[in-house]
Design a protein around this ligand. Structure first.
Ligand code: GRF
Length: 237
């Protein structure tokens, strides 16, 4: 078992309002103007990387149509990076502590990711909020996965918060990142039942099984087929 113990979500404090990066007009992927490499994604991780592993396994199948160009992290020494290295995928680390300001880190992260020319960026257990520079380049084509049925239970304690509330059904959400915390347009959701004797850890593991499935399914479909976002509605072509 690989346990992820984030030291705390460092909120990006650039003070931007959500409508600085509206995802309200039509956005279509397979965007030649971005100079991106068709089918390539960069995955960002902070911990165990089981969602990353599911993508690595899927990408090894010829028909999947997705190449993981690189895996980045905000910290070193994590299993997520080790999984990438074992698969022969380039890795990079971009640590907040190495920069004078959070905004400087965000610029550097965006530059690192841009170097791989990804079509999509996938936050797979990445425990940092991306900021203005990052969203300026990758807004509308950055996906995140959350272990609750948004808009319920956002933040870093989704499974525990759902359990404490006493819900009987929770789940996971794949969404397009915007400037808020777990507020972006929803791509896919899957329900997961809550058992009477669940702990937050047991529940989270059950949710992660569903998370990995929708992540693999929808990243593949979005890369292969393209997608559009109108207001908050995400449609895969
Ligand atoms: C996932 O549940 C993700 O939604 C949450 O952290 C977990 C990461 O798991 N933010 P893993 O590192 O992919 O195993």
């Amino acid at each position: 078992m690989c346990e992820v113990r984030p030291k705390g979500l460092l909120a990006w404090d650039g003070g931007q309002s959500m409508d600085r990066f509206p995802i309200s007009s039509l956005i279509v992927t397979n965007m030649p103007q971005t100079g991106s490499t068709t089918g390539s994604v960069v995955v960002l991780v902070s911990g165990c990387g089981t969602n990353l592993q599911a993508l690595i396994d899927a990408a090894s199948q010829p028909g999947y149509g997705v190449q993981i160009a690189a895996v980045g992290a905000d910290r070193d020494g994590i299993e997520g990076l080790a999984r990438a290295r074992r698969a022969g995928i380039p890795t990079f680390v971009c640590r907040v502590a190495d920069f004078a300001t959070r905004a400087d880190w965000d610029v550097a992260l965006a530059a690192q990711v841009a170097g791989y020319r990804p079509e999509l960026v996938v936050l797979a257990g990445f425990m940092k909020l991306t900021g203005e520079a990052f969203l300026g380049q990758f807004g509308g084509r950055t996906l995140n996965t959350h272990p609750a049925l948004l808009p319920s239970f956002p933040g870093i304690h989704g499974p525990k918060d759902a359990l404490d509330y006493g819900v009987k059904v929770t789940g996971c959400t794949l969404f397009i990142v915007d400037a808020g915390v777990d507020t972006g347009p929803i791509v896919a959701q899957r329900a997961v039942s809550v058992d009477d004797d669940d702990t937050a850890e047991i529940l989270h593991e059950r949710i992660k099984t569903a998370e990995r499935q929708i992540l693999v399914d929808y990243v593949g479909r979005m890369v292969r087929d393209g997608f559009s976002v109108t207001e908050r509605k995400v449609t895969i072509s």
